[in-house]
Design a protein around this ligand. Structure first.
Ligand SMILES: Cc1ncc(C[n+]2csc(CCOP(=O)(O)OP(=O)(O)O)c2C)c(N)n1
Ligand code: SF4
Length: 295
């Protein structure tokens, strides 16, 4: 999976003069709380950008609202801090407007599965070539500790004096059910693997989803919980086997990390480009021609 990652230097120095992680960092210091899992996500993303030699001026990070939503500010890539729950429509629009850009969407579990939950299946269905990093702390961090769609009965939140009375959503299970073409899970406590998965996900041509467990040290400190349960997906798992992937997420007592599922179906922009050139060759009107009539 992916190539070997160097922590210090990228493979070449071609794009945007990026040589080290310092070249990717903006001059804004992250203000997340000490130990916040979001630091791990940011660090893995820096390393993935470096390892892939991404051109910063052609890379866009779109975010939702939440502590997690601050992430783009800490990079020199282009950023779009949108409204709560709308990270996927915004990222989709950016990619369709300019398919040459590398587009990465980031946001919390509240952003992506509560207010924004309706957008996830549609992004999956369209298979737009973007990468979605869901930073899951199983709590609303920014608004100070309310339960989120992924808060499970294993967690105890001050804001829920009667405990969790609802069944939690599982982001990997949803992604598999929605037919997301790349489904993986990473954990902020394991940066090397997180970096590999981000690199692999960004390279995937289609909608890639990395469920990124990112504990909130203030309102839901789950580091101990995950330390005791995370395990690598067994080497013999075939990522083309959806049934086996579904079994993996349901394994009791274990939280598997790694690549669950990958489907190499054609992404939306590639389909449009292929169909447009076919239409042009046949003398038909492409979408651009039709739109031009209204200019
Ligand atoms: C339309 C709208 N509704 C509600 C809010 C209030 N709000 C801001 S962030 C947030 C949830 C944050 O949780 P999550 O998305 O999981 O991100 P985290 O802060 O945990 O990273 C809410 C409800 C808002 N900003 N906009
Ligand atoms: S409140 Fe939680 S999620 Fe937000 S910055 Fe602090 S530790 Fe991170």
């Amino acid at each position: 999976m992916g190539q070997e990652i160097s922590k210090e230097k990228g493979p070449t120095m071609a794009n945007g003069g990026v040589r080290t992680i310092a070249d990717i960092k903006s001059n804004v210091t992250p203000i997340w709380c000490p130990g916040c899992g979001d630091f791990g996500v940011l660090s893995a993303l820096y390393r993935a950008i470096l390892a892939m030699d991404l051109d910063l001026k052609n890379t866009v990070i779109v975010s939702g609202i939440g502590c997690s939503g601050r992430l783009p500010i800490f990079t020199k890539c282009y950023g779009f801090h949108g409204v709560h729950g709308r990270v996927l429509p915004t990222a989709t629009g950016v990619k369709l407007a300019n398919p040459k850009l590398t587009v990465i969407a980031v946001g919390g579990d509240g952003d992506g599965l509560a207010i924004g939950g309706g957008h996830f299946p549609h992004a999956a269905k369209r298979n737009v070539d973007i990468t979605y990093i869901m930073m899951d702390n199983s709590v609303y961090g920014l608004t100070k500790g309310q339960g989120s769609p992924t808060t499970s009965s294993d967690f105890h939140l001050k804001s829920l004096p009667y405990g969790v009375r609802e069944v939690n959503l599982n982001p990997v299970a949803l992604a598999l059910a929605y037919n997301v073409s790349y489904v993986a899970r990473a954990y902020s406590g394991q940066i090397e693997q997180m970096t590999q998965l981000y690199t692999d996900a960004i390279r995937h041509k289609g909608f890639s989803f990395v469920h990124s467990i990112s504990p909130c040290t203030v309102f839901n400190d789950t580091y101990k919980y995950y330390r005791e349960r995370v395990a690598g997906i067994p080497k013999e798992h075939d990522p083309a086997d959806k049934k086996a992937a579904l079994d993996l997420w349901q394994t009791r007592g274990k939280v598997y990390l790694g690549l669950f599922y990958r489907d190499l179906r054609e992404d939306l922009s590639s389909q449009v480009a292929r169909l447009s050139s076919g239409l042009k060759a046949a003398g038909g009107a492409t979408m651009e021609d039709l739109l031009d009539e209204f200019v």
